[in-house]
Design a protein around this ligand. Structure first.
Ligand code: NOJ
Length: 550
């Protein structure tokens, strides 16, 4: 009897993370209803994408400052040198947030703005600390909760040059020192900390494909090594908070993982299901499984191990955690941040080992899209709202229903577009937020939602060509004025109703939202004519980016 009980407990724990039902993809109609009381609504941004002021007030260089100044790395060789001038305009931006009645604002701290050489022991830049102090204070004065990301990709350049950045395990301690300083200086007021934003991208695009800073192409190894050190750094920072600050400051420390959803091409085909699961495990599970369960997903260990063997390597290209490290890493997450934008169909595709092994070929799968899916903006971003509900339910079943904050979700528009009547964005938000509501009804523990992003900003290697903002920024004007898109009005109504109360009301929102954008369009057009006139009058050549119309 006891044996049978033990066996069923064992079976239960083995299958606990496997009860996601791949075959059940309910695509239900729009759901009218509201979110639980206290649900938090916010918008997001990041330091390098919005602050500008790249070399003022004692700020050190980050890997992005270096990367963007190399020719050929960024669309039209644009840079984030001045971007939205958020460093100078944060008060205006907080007023925009106040007007939207946001509950939280997610932003990131630039490590080299505070520690110009990356090292706390070398130099602390008080002016940098003051900037974030002022920002945090003003948010709190306006009853907006700061949600702070410690690493949104801007590693101090010195650390890249001296140590190879995230290829080097020494980053773990340096990052911990930086985080500890942030806890010390801001932790009396900041209660939500995100260690890393989208570590997948840091690892894969920074060290495998080289599309992002630092631009390294260490195929098949670079991403795994970077991720290994990032996971360790995350865990260390969580422990630092837990042992040194939690009892005084009573905050939470999480991580923000970005993942697309992967849907099997054919849900009746086991090989497609397995391929889709691999897609998710290599994306989100790569980081989430160590943090929730102590080690990499078994499927990653199996695939990368086998392929490394076939290459004739003595050890797997996927690094190994020691037993001590596993228990140190396991459970280091007070909440899980989720960034989500799009979905892919996935099917099995075998890549023979030996030729060009990489993170991508290790997964043995192919990604497909449905040509019917709307693709309003960025080339990779198809609007597939039901994928969001699937991803959230997957997280619930895989990681024991953790507390979730959606840390990023949103859509860009095409380069040519200067229309503030962004009905496609309204549609995207309406449907994605509705799928999140359905997930909450499914029992997923989502506590808050962050629209990406407040402003159009520097979209990494795509420069200014992909605009994700609720507010349009006129980058051609050196004052970088902000103009509300229609989606601001729409999001405001979702916030004030805490969801979608009833059909009649929700339908009227769209109408009302687009009423104001026509006049905003006229204002913008007039301002542009004016600034063009001024420029011609002064015989000036373009002195700020004119790229949004190429
Ligand atoms: C995720 C990144 O964290 C963010 O910086 C970026 O702007 C959005 N994706 C959109 O691509």
């Amino acid at each position: 009897m006891l044996q049978r009980l033990l066996l069923s407990v064992l079976l239960l724990s083995v299958t606990a993370s496997e009860d996601f039902d791949w075959t059940k993809n309910e695509k239900t109609s729009f759901y009218y209803g509201t979110f639980p009381t206290g649900f938090s609504w916010g918008v997001g941004s990041s330091a390098y994408q919005t602050e500008g002021a790249w070399n003022v007030d004692g700020k050190g260089k980050s890997i992005w400052d270096t990367f963007v100044h190399k020719k050929g790395k960024i669309f039209l060789n644009d840079t984030g040198d001045s971007s939205c001038e958020g460093y100078y305009k944060f008060k205006d931006d907080i007023n925009l947030m106040k007007d939207m009645k946001l509950n939280h604002y997610r932003f990131s701290i630039s490590w080299p703005r505070i520690l110009p050489t990356g090292l706390k022991s070398e130099q602390i830049n008080e002016k940098g600390l003051k900037y974030y102090d002022d920002l945090i204070n003003m948010l709190l004065e306006n009853k907006i909760t700061p949600v702070v990301t410690l690493y949104h990709w801007d590693l101090p350049q010195v650390l890249q040059e001296k140590y190879g950045g995230w290829q080097n395990v020494s980053m773990v301690n340096y990052f911990n020192d930086f985080a500890n300083l942030c806890f010390e200086r801001f932790g009396n007021r900041v209660k939500y900390w995100i260690t890393f934003n989208n570590p997948w991208s840091i690892a894969v695009e920074g060290y495998e494909t080289g599309e992002h800073a630092p631009g390294l192409k260490l195929r098949g190894t670079g991403a795994y090594k970077a991720a290994h050190h990032i996971i360790k750094a995350h865990a260390k920072v969580w422990h630092t908070y837990d042992t040194q600050w939690r009892s005084k400051q009573k905050g939470l420390v999480g991580i923000s993982l970005t993942a697309d959803w992967g849907e099997p091409v054919d849900v009746t085909n086991q090989r497609d299901i397995e391929a889709a699961e691999r897609y998710i495990q290599f994306y989100m599970g790569w980081f989430a499984t160590p943090i929730f369960s102590g080690d990499y997903p078994q499927v990653m260990k199996d695939y990368i191990g086998r392929k490394s063997g076939q290459q004739g390597l003595g050890a797997s290209r996927l690094p190994v955690f020691s037993p001590q490290e596993k228990s140190y890493i396991k459970g280091t997450c007070d909440f899980l941040g989720i960034g989500h934008f799009t979905t892919r169909y996935v099917t099995l595709k075998n890549y023979p080992s030996g030729v060009g092994d990489s993170y991508f070929t290790d997964r043995d799968l192919a990604e497909l899209v449905d040509p019917q899916w709307p693709d309003p903006g960025s080339e990779w971003l198809y609007s597939v709202p039901w994928g969001f509900r699937r991803l959230l339910n997957f997280v619930k079943t895989q990681y024991g229903n953790p507390m979730i904050y959606v840390t990023e979700n949103g859509v860009s528009e095409k380069v040519l577009c200067t229309d503030l009547c962004d009905d496609w964005r309204i549609k995207y938000y309406r449907e994605y937020i509705n799928e999140m509501l359905k997930a909450v009804k499914d029992g997923v523990n989502v506590k808050g939602y962050t629209a990406w992003s407040l402003l159009d900003n520097f979209e990494w290697d795509e420069g200014y060509s992909e605009r994700f903002g609720l507010y349009y920024v006129d980058f051609r004007n050196k004052n970088k004025p902000r103009y509300p898109k229609a989606s601001v009005q729409f999001y405001k109504r979702i916030i004030s109703s805490n969801g979608f109360p009833n059909q009649r009301e929700v339908e009227s929102w769209k109408r009302k939202s687009v009423e104001t954008c026509t006049s905003s369009n006229q204002l913008l057009a007039a301002a542009r004519r004016q600034s063009q006139g001024d420029q011609e009058h002064a015989g000036m050549q373009k002195s700020w980016p004119v790229h949004d119309e190429v």
